[in-house]
Design a protein around this ligand. Sequence first.
Ligand code: BES
Ligand code: ZN
Length: 595
Amino acid sequence: MAAARFVRDPHSYSRPAEVRVDHLSLSLGVDFPRKVLSGIATLGITNTARANVLVLDTRDLTIHRVTRDGGTATTYRLGQARPDFGAPLEIDITPATRSVTVEYTTSPGAAALQWLDPMQTAGKRDPFLLSQSQAILARSWVPIQDSPQVRFTYDAVVRVPPQLMAVMSAENPTAKNPEGLYRFRMPQPVPAYLLAIAAGDLEFRSLGRNSGVYAEPEVIESAAREFEDTQKMIDVAEEMYGPYRWGRYDMLVLPPSFPYGGMENPRLTFLTPTLIAGDKSLVATVAHELAHSWSGNLVTNATWSDFWLNEGFTTYLERRISERIYGREQAEMLWVLGLKDLLDELPQVADADEGLVVDLDGRSPDAGPTFLPYEKGSLFMRLIEETVGRARFDAYLRDYFDRFAFVPMTTEIFLADMRSRLLSQVPGAEERLGIAAWISGPGLPSNAPQARSEAFARVEAQAAAFGSGTPAASLQASNWSSLEWLHFIHSLPQDISVDRLRELDARFRFSESGNSEILFSWLDLGISRDYREVYPAVERFLTSQGRRKFLRPLYTKLVATPAGREVAERIYARARPTYHPVSQEAIDAILRGAS
Ligand code: BES
Ligand code: ZN
């Protein structure tokens, strides 16, 4: 591991260049009735600057006591809290201090945590706890240096009610223990945003040599079937990008309130159950979270301004893995669908946010995530591949993951490295790439690669035929895959009438689709066209899952009309308590903003 050089991180109070945390020893009591964690966090530190203060990030934590070196009481100050950022915890130390111990309690509203009632789970018997630490939410459940450039190993002891299993982004149990006492060890150093915990009525199922899935008993069977290709994905990813360095790759399928599609918690990817479509059509998200085991978890964006280094690289790797397993045609479909997300969104993002590197000073990195770092970033990667050739690019990437493993990365360092090791070998490559337009220019540069899918071209022809009057019943759509149906909905005329939407729904039953992406796209279109017959389906969807990516556009479109706003407010009054704080914050803003 190369010596870490730290850059300024506008989202952390910590000063790792002076003192850095290199190990966390955590003891947590999980209190469901009070919805709090009672914690004792012992932080091993390296004090390179012989500093007299250690600054940690906290958010809504109640601090009870701080000691150093295993018992000596010490003084500390909790600073002024800022919204989203929380408050700095300054702990007095001496240059000889090796560890500090913080005794604390989280707040019931901790931004990273969601406490589910039994009714919000598949089994409806037991409560469930889940966390989401990225980007700067870890500080709401652990007092820590919450900057992605600070890495530490960790171990933990977690106490839960005896009928539950606890799991973390670490070495995990595969069976419950009757005491409800679980021990964890994470031997690879990780940044705070990859700290994760969950507890519930969980069962484990192996999927292969070093992969498996955790889920509630009601879901485990369908999850194991949906994600049966995971071991193959690991194997091809290793072939392309070098050894998988985290031991096991397991997944946890959460209850439907999980706010993201997936989260790359090391050793234990967290997944929304809305990926379980029955036909493996949405498993690119597994390829994506797995790919983060190289891009993101191994080589990590130094600050959130370089987020594209995590997500753009990963989206590119995700499609390479998908191509290896499902073929070129399927991968091209994913590229086309991704480009659509980007093009839809571009008119809505501020000009200043259109480059790959963004200035997030003073803004919360959790408010945004747009498709831009994902799709513009991955197209930039694809352009590099097409410019220098696949074999050469693959060799470079494999070597890059190796040389920068467990090291923070900035765009500047990446570009310098790529220039000296890759572009210098290929005459004219630098000029053809036009790097500046990608990194700091707006929109999509004119040399963006073009994905093409023959299957999608056929789908577009059918959508066009429908647009010019062909009845739904006469469309040639037999044997379409879920992705083709998705693309069909995207390709329908923007000004489609309510009558014709009704005709499509009667024939193809989109409003009842069990595929969350198809259902989402259909409801989104329906609301846009003021097709109010979809409102009951909208209500079912918004009250049965809490993925921010699905919630945000639907609520946004609803509040655009007075009738829709009324519906949105009524649904949200009921749904809000079932959403994770991450989603609550996003939807609060929508309902507030448009009022
Ligand atoms: N790391 C992200 C999720 C994330 C990003 C959480 C920023 C908090 C802040 C994860 O890998 C991701 O990208 N998830 C996507 C799925 C992916 C296939 C695009 C999601 O949740 O939709
Ligand atoms: Zn990602």
